[in-house]
Design a protein around this ligand. Structure first.
Ligand code: NAD
Length: 369
């Protein structure tokens, strides 16, 4: 047995604990299969941490994350905590974790699953074979820029958010995007709003400068409004999409419709020292506590953890293949079941168990897209 893999789990709020439970089961089984010991420590975060400690993120939780090999986060937020001041809102835990761990690159793979092709609101011929990696800058831009305020004026209130980027911030995430493209289809589409915003003009110039190090990669620029349209018109044209914090946030939710549901999209947030893995979706208060949530985004996030942090690429592939095989068998949570008969509809825990069953048996070859 190798040294134990040290993982911190932050289940969070709403459906967070429901989906992370299934993801942790998957992590345990692949570690066992590959002869790795696993040490998991779990801490409340977001609303759950406010309820227990009066703060969305405690120093102890942050330190535990810094001591781990990887963090698995569920989701944070919910109506219950909406009236908290902004630094005490559950979502501030997420922003602080990203900032404190310096997780500047958020990787969001968007892939069509053959068996879910009819779960998407887009036409099958448009989404067939789509395989995009969105590389979103995660620790800068308008979510972190200063000043940031709401103030009283003579004519009413005035609110300010600031979108700022520096050359080093752009360079490092551009580096991640170009590196990512080298093992894919060698194309980077950098998305900005350079026709209007100075921060985007700096973004474009810096990306162009960085691209000189990767002459084998084709670089194109696209305005964010056009990109939003192209993602539904012809998503197959994209390989790696590189973009800033807010544009990436919005474009990746839009892209989730290519896979059929937000519940299908995993993500990896990576920095020089630390890494955190989390589904793209939020705490989904509308379905929380009902055993209805789709756990596949959280489970696929564990696959990314195995690939990028735990040096277990075979386990990553096995998990991804188990997801494909389980969907192929007809298992559907409610969010992806709309085009299927009711007997295919399963709960969060049943979907998790179906994945575990596949990981426990030999996978069927030849059904993968
Ligand atoms: P959401 O992602 O929670 O939900 C949007 C819609 O998608 C809902 O209808 C929901 O039921 C559905 N959905 C999401 N995940 C699903 C899953 N795994 N399976 C099935 N259906 C799923 O976004 P929202 O409703 O805008 O936000 C709810 C709360 O989550 C807010 O407090 C928001 O701030 C927070 N949030 C947190 C994160 C995060 O923790 N990373 C991300 C986004 C939103």
């Amino acid at each position: 047995m190798s040294q134990a893999k040290e993982i911190v789990v932050l289940p969070g709020d709403g459906i967070g604990p429901e989906v992370t439970k299934e993801a942790v089961n998957v992590l345990e089984i692949v570690c066992k299969r590959h002869g790795h010991k696993l040490r998991i420590r779990s801490f409340p975060v977001g609303g759950a941490s406010i309820d227990r400690y009066g703060r969305p993120l405690t120093d102890e939780t942050l330190e535990a994350c810094k001591d781990s090999e990887a963090v698995l986060l569920g989701a944070v937020g919910g109506d219950k905590w909406n009236d908290q001041p902004k630094d005490k809102r559950p979502e501030s835990a997420l922003l602080n974790l990203r900032k404190e761990l310096d997780l500047y690159a958020n990787l969001r793979p968007i892939k069509t699953y053959k068996s879910l092709i009819h779960a998407s609101p887009l036409k099958p011929e448009i989404i067939e074979g789509v395989d995009i990696m969105i590389v979103r800058e995660l620790t800068g831009g308008i979510y972190f820029g200063r000043p940031r305020l709401i103030e009283q004026t003579e004519s009413g209130e005035r609110a300010v958010d600031t979108k700022e980027y520096t050359t080093p911030e752009i360079k490092r995430v551009a580096h991640t995007a170009f590196e990512t493209a080298t093992v894919r289809n060698r194309k980077v589409t950098s998305v900005d709003k350079a026709n209007v915003l100075d921060s985007s003009r700096l973004w474009r110039r810096t990306v162009e400068e960085s691209a000189k190090q990767w002459p084998e990669i084709k670089l194109e620029h696209m305005l964010v409004d056009n990109c939003a349209m192209q993602l539904v018109r012809n998503p197959g044209q994209f390989d790696v999409i590189l973009t800033g914090n807010m544009f990436g946030d919005i474009l990746s939710d839009e892209s989730s419709m290519i896979t059929g549901s937000l519940g299908m999209l995993p993500s990896a947030s990576i920095g020089e020292e630390y890494a955190m893995y989390e589904p793209v979706h939020g705490s989904a208060p509308d379905i929380a506590g009902q055993d209805k949530a789709n756990p596949l985004a959280a489970i696929a996030s564990v696959a990314l953890m195995c690939r990028y942090s735990l040096d277990m690429p075979e386990a990553a592939q096995e998990i991804e293949e188990a997801i494909v095989a389980t969907l192929h068998d007809g298992f559907r949570t409610a969010d992806i079941a709309s085009h299927f008969t009711k007997e295919h509809e399963v709960s969060t825990s049943e979907m998790g168990s179906a994945i575990l069953k596949h990981l426990d048996s030999d996978l069927k070859p030849g059904i993968f897209l």
